[in-house]
Design a protein around this ligand. Structure first.
Ligand SMILES: Nc1ncnc2c1ncn2[C@@H]1O[C@H](COP(=O)(O)OP(=O)(O)OP(=O)(O)O)[C@@H](O)[C@H]1O
Ligand SMILES: [Mg+2]
Length: 262
């Protein structure tokens, strides 16, 4: 069995005249954490959107669990075993916390949920509720199950959106800036949680907080202007002149970008 869970080769994406990705390749081994970093606008979220079927790559190949297949459509992701959190929060405001997490649980439940909100059999609902409670416990959000998203602090909303991605027991978890806007204590708790999560699945994570990336990542890929300019351990990429140049060249635009070379 290939040790690569997912392997993407030679992706290219354009939005009109903007080349968001050019010939980018990346792979994630099973039970590993890969950090994807780069200055603002480098193409990190676009890469996630390619994996999730939200934008189309005009070139390249997609391999999952050693099998080449077409790029997945959004509705195929959960079945493949891929879930993601969005940059920001992205919870459904009209649903409670527990309902938001249950919606992430499986496609049967999701289909039913929107058709007849509580039309599930008691047994199915009880089972999903139990899984959702377990996911919320994992992310430290057990006390919030009956709250509405509008009542949550920002760090708590991030906990709930992570629980929603975990409840489907993914093989690959895509996290887009999970530490953005969090204080140091919450970032430390998230780092500990991701180390736990890695025992169950692989994680591809976009993040600007480089200390956090260094702590959790087995490997790091750096994008700049849509191109992959380095891949390796954090300590390796940090020395790479192209990486230093990318971050120095952008340090006036984004203070976080200069952290890498500090
Ligand atoms: N739907 C879209 N339509 C047009 N241009 C887009 C679209 N999505 C992204 N882009 C452009 O593609 C480039 C890459 O954007 P992307 O959001 O992937 O960057 P990013 O690395 O995630 O940046 P950030 O760190 O700010 O989140 C940018 O120039 C962006 O303006
Ligand atoms: Mg982004």
């Amino acid at each position: 069995m290939s040790s690569q869970l997912i392997s993407l080769k030679n992706l290219s994406v354009s939005f009109g005249g903007v080349r968001a990705l050019t010939d980018v390749s990346i792979s994630v081994e099973r039970n590993s954490v890969v950090g994807l970093i780069g200055p603002n606008g480098a193409g990190k979220t676009t890469l996630f959107n390619c994996i999730s079927g939200l934008v189309k790559s005009t070139t390249g190949t997609f391999e999952f669990e050693g099998i080449a297949r077409p790029f997945p459509k959004p509705h195929e992701l959960a079945n493949l075993g891929i879930t993601r959190t969005l940059q920001g929060v992205g919870l459904f405001n009209e649903l409670s916390v527990i309902q938001n997490v249950m919606v992430g649980a499986d496609k049967h439940y999701r289909a039913n949920f929107f058709r007849e909100l509580f039309g599930l059999s008691g047994r199915v609902e009880a089972e999903l509720r139990e899984r959702a409670e377990e996911a919320l416990a994992w992310t430290g959000a057990s006390a919030l199950i009956n709250s509405k998203p509008s009542e949550l602090s920002y760090p708590d909303s991030k906990r709930v959106s992570l629980a929603r991605a975990l409840v489907a027991t993914p093989k690959l978890l895509l996290l887009d800036e999970p530490a953005a806007g969090l204080g140091q204590d919450d970032i430390d708790a998230l780092a500990a949680l991701i180390k736990e999560i890695k025992r169950r699945c692989a994680v591809l994570i976009v993040e600007h907080h480089v200390d956090f990336v260094r702590e959790i990542s087995d490997s790091v890929t750096v994008l700049n202007f849509g191109k992959s300019i380095a891949t390796g351990t954090y300590d390796e990429i940090k020395q790479n002149p192209a990486v230093v140049e990318a971050y120095l060249g952008n340090s006036d635009k984004n203070d976080q970008n200069s952290d890498l070379i500090a």
